[in-house]
Design a protein around this ligand. Structure first.
Ligand code: SF4
Length: 383
């Protein structure tokens, strides 16, 4: 098997019981018949793609059911979609990492046992906060007690690879409250943490509420203090930061997301999913009825197709790779794109090196400790 054909498989489930106020993803509460229409269309899309000559060259080392909230689907449906993936596509010999995102409050102990038996071996749990007041304000459907119960049930079901999503920079959140959430999470000893700062996206209810002054986000200083708290707390845990927002114990970095950060190949199923294979990036229509109609008619589901030239793909690989603390290998970039990073970026890279925002050591270009909080600014200079 050609190494270049290693890929990740993503299944987008666009359903959520209720929309969180800050969310800008393509997801909605399903109406009668939506679930069945979705499942039939994805199963048909899988069969169509399994015949595609470019897809047939891919060998998947990870599967990720994301959303939305995949755990809003019945467990038997999730198991059957995963079985279809395994039957129709090629996988690496090594056991693939098979993740499903779950929301506390949408799955019980029995459901978790069924997911584990079906072959899912990694759970990404959307906890966000252990403070009930913060959860309520975010519009989450669960309490901190339900999150705790989901974690305990997941461990009992045999999941030995758990990731928690947590958010900081929330309206009204104090540094102390963030510290308590983080400490509570670390006390449970997850294998992986994803820590995201809340961003208020245009078009969300949160954006409107912020404009109307209904609440204020923590100050920049408070957010910096939350980051410092994070660093101290994680330093005394077995977790290690390996990406701007992600932390893992040794050997438990998210394989599926590493593939994105390496700008690798991936196939996305379901409405709104994005794919990169066959030399193209393709975005699937983010509309369930349109998606179902196109699949049933055997028409293309791609709303956008983009052919990246070598230089654009090179820049993307550099920018994505800089998200990783290990950065990017200059030799690998040269082999892959025939371009040298120092020659290509010239003065703009030298400026960043002089400012000590990036460094080159051991043949790798990476963000320095000083550059990490300014990652967006660094990436804008290299885009
Ligand atoms: S559960 Fe996740 S995908 Fe669903 S609305 Fe909330 S943030 Fe968005």
């Amino acid at each position: 098997m050609n190494l270049a054909a290693l890929a990740g498989l993503y299944v987008h489930v666009p359903f959520c019981q209720q929309k969180c106020g800050y969310c800008s993803f393509y997801s909605f509460a399903p109406q009668a018949g939506d679930t069945q229409r979705y499942v039939e269309a994805v199963q048909l899309q899988m069969r169509q793609l399994a015949r595609d000559a470019d897809v047939r060259t891919l060998s998947f080392s990870s599967v990720f059911f994301g959303g939305g909230t995949p755990s809003t689907l019945p467990v038997t449906v999730l198991a059957s979609l995963l079985a279809d993936c395994c039957e129709l596509f090629s996988f690496t010999k090594e056991m693939p990492e098979i993740t499903i995102e779950v929301n506390p409050g949408t799955i019980d102990a029995k459901g978790l046992q069924q997911l584990r038996r079906a072959g899912f071996n990694r759970l990404s749990i959307g906890i966000q906060s252990f403070a009930d007041q913060e959860l309520q304000q975010l519009g989450r459907i669960h309490t901190s007690g339900e999150a705790q119960a989901t974690i305990e049930a997941a461990r009992s079901a045999g999941f030995d690879n758990l990731s928690f999503d947590l958010m900081y920079g929330l309206p009204g959140q104090s540094v102390r409250s963030w510290q308590e959430t983080l400490e509570r999470a670390l006390a449970i000893a997850p294998e992986h943490l994803s820590l995201y700062e809340l961003t208020v996206e245009e078009g969300t209810p949160f954006f409107l509420q912020a404009e109307q002054g209904q609440w204020a986000l923590p100050s920049e200083d408070a957010v910096m203090a939350m980051l410092a708290t994070t660093e101290t707390a994680v330093d005394s845990s077995p977790l290690e930061r390996y990406e701007i927002s992600n932390y893992a114990v040794a050997g438990r970095q998210c394989r599926h997301n590493l593939n994105y950060w390496h700008n690798g190949l991936y196939l996305g199923l379901g409405p709104g999913a994005v794919s990169a294979f066959g030399g193209q990036r393709r975005a699937t229509v983010a509309d369930l009825p349109d998606f179902c109609r196109r699949v049933a008619a055997g028409q293309s589901v791609w709303a956008e197709e983009e052919q990246l030239d070598a230089a654009a793909a090179f820049r993307e690989t550099v920018i994505m790779g800089l998200r990783l603390l290990a950065g990017v290998s200059i030799t690998e970039l040269r082999h892959r794109f025939g371009l040298d990073v120092t020659t290509y970026y010239g003065a703009s890279l030298h400026r960043l090196l002089d400012q000590n925002l990036v460094a080159i050591e051991g043949g790798r270009l990476f963000l320095t400790r000083q550059g990490l909080p300014l990652a967006n600014q660094v990436m804008a200079a290299l885009v």
